[in-house]
Design a protein around this ligand. Structure first.
Ligand code: AMP
Length: 459
């Protein structure tokens, strides 16, 4: 493996504290104006992207320049390309004959890691670079084998990464670009200490791209501690703003009637083609899937206790339309990117209002419209208040359904009142880190614009 230590160019920036960093508002509407190489432009065009999303317009040019970027963006905004394209460009610019681990993307869940790996395969299809994905919950041998063969870019979840680092299988000393993806989710999942250990093993001189959907104080402090003092701050709304694109209906229902209401909706509503049902707990998700099965509705549950194979199978079935209903916990669903989700059904309301926004963002992808149906029992009414205040709007109450709660509906939420203190962050924790997947594209005789000469999955 190559062991060249790259020296980052001196970028001669003025050093400003993060809190003084200005957010750029200039958005470029054309990919070819962002400074990307032809091989990347070609891949992006082949992916069907006609113009960059806001986060891509804002983040790609400074990232290509070598600046640190701190981005407030969630899944669905196109942020993967916003960091993956500059990384690929940087790696490709001075790749040697042999792969050398020069870029690391740290992400909290196995699904996100796998998705990022797929995206890198897509965007890097015309480049001769190697990447791999590692996460826990699966055998480590294939991952170790891949690492020993050499990669340019590694996508990893924290636990397995630290494990392999501890065993001397991964060395981060040549890392030039580091991406911390979904930083706030890392915090929610209790990964912050692991993340800090990874950061401690990185070279001080490096470029960092930092992404988080929200910026609670701990995350801002983390960003301050790990970014150079001159980051470019970018802020992106999801491709579809929930308030505009998603019809949001609310069903007051007694807890014991929730399953009947779900069945009723799935059986009666003709337009529910592909529904993602959210449960707060893993057991709840299993129970819901069982009830649906009994009623002859094809479904699958995904959560942290499911094997990686079962999760992949469920997701594939859902993507391909074989399984019309996927029941998920928040952590398992994080980052799931499936087109054509017509309905998000909140069987349980989340106790963290931001989670509601993430959940309903699974529908109305890529500008399509979508529908969110939320069940609210007696105990969840306080969560509803938090959600409505965060959204700055009332959900549309459905008051003529068959399972209306016995108790009268609560008064409309006062949207102006200060938000209450229900900020116990984080849904129940799934299994920690995740599975492995290959997704290698290869060097070996670096072709110019031609496709990789090596096989694309695993060597
Ligand atoms: P992400 O936020 O990176 O998970 O991306 C969300 C979805 O948007 C993925 O399905 C991407 O393939 C898609 N996407 C990303 N960038 C663009 C773009 N510029 N135009 C159209 N779709 C995009």
């Amino acid at each position: 493996m190559r062991s060249a230590t790259k020296v980052l160019r001196d970028r001669g920036r003025r050093f400003l504290p993060l809190r003084h960093t200005k957010t750029s508002n200039v958005t470029e509407r054309r990919f070819d104006a962002l400074g990307l190489r032809p091989a990347l432009l070609e891949a992006v065009a082949e992916a069907g992207y006609t113009s960059p999303t806001r986060i891509q317009s804002l983040a790609i040019p400074p990232a290509i320049e070598g600046r640190d970027v701190v981005g407030c963006a969630q899944t669905g905004t196109g942020k993967t390309a916003a960091f993956a394209l500059p990384i690929l460009q940087h790696l490709d610019a001075d790749a040697g004959d042999e792969p050398c681990l020069r870029a690391l993307i740290l992400t909290p869940t196995r699904e996100l890691a796998a998705q990022i790996g797929d995206a890198v395969s897509t965007y890097g299809k015309h480049l001769d670079l190697w990447h791999t994905v590692i996460f826990g919950g699966v055998k480590d041998k294939p991952q170790i084998k891949e690492m020993r063969r050499g990669v340019d870019l590694l996508i990893a979840t924290p636990g397995r990464l630290l494990d392999l680092m501890g065993r001397g299988e991964i060395d981060l000393r040549d890392i030039e670009i580091f991406v911390l993806d979904e930083a706030d989710r890392m915090l929610d999942m209790g990964f912050l200490p692991d993340v800090k250990r990874v950061i401690a093993a990185l070279p001080k001189k490096r470029q960092t791209l930092f992404f988080s959907a929200t910026m609670p104080p701990e995350i801002r402090a983390l960003a301050d501690s790990m970014l150079r003092p001159d980051p470019v701050a970018v802020n992106a709304q999801p491709v579809a703003t929930p308030a505009e694109k998603i019809a949001q209906h609310l069903y007051f229902v007694d807890k014991r009637d929730k399953r009947k209401l779900l069945l009723d909706l799935l059986e009666e509503e003709q337009d529910i083609e592909r529904a993602l049902v959210f449960s707060r707990t893993k057991h709840g998700a299993n129970r819901i899937a069982k009830v649906l099965d009994k009623a002859g509705i094809r479904s699958a549950a995904i959560h942290g206790n499911k094997s990686q194979n079962a999760r992949t199978r469920a997701l594939d079935g859902f993507r391909e339309g074989d399984i019309p209903v996927l029941v998920a916990t928040d952590i398992a669903a994080r980052g799931i990117d499936v087109e054509g989700v017509t309905h998000v059904i909140n069987f349980d309301l989340p106790n963290v209002p931001e989670t509601y926004v993430h959940r309903i963002g699974r529908t109305a992808r890529a500008g399509a419209s979508g529908i969110a149906l939320s069940f609210c029992d007696d105990e969840e009414r306080a969560y509803l208040v938090d959600i409505e205040r965060l959204m700055g709007r009332h959900l549309d109450r459905v008051d003529d359904h068959a399972f209306l709660a016995k108790a009268p509906p609560p008064p409309m939420t006062d949207l102006e009142a200060r938000r209450g203190g229900s900020s116990g962050r984080g849904p129940s924790r799934g299994s920690t880190t995740n599975r492995s997947a290959g997704g290698r594209g290869g060097r070996r005789g670096r072709g110019r614009t031609g496709r990789r000469s090596g096989p694309s999955a695993s060597r």
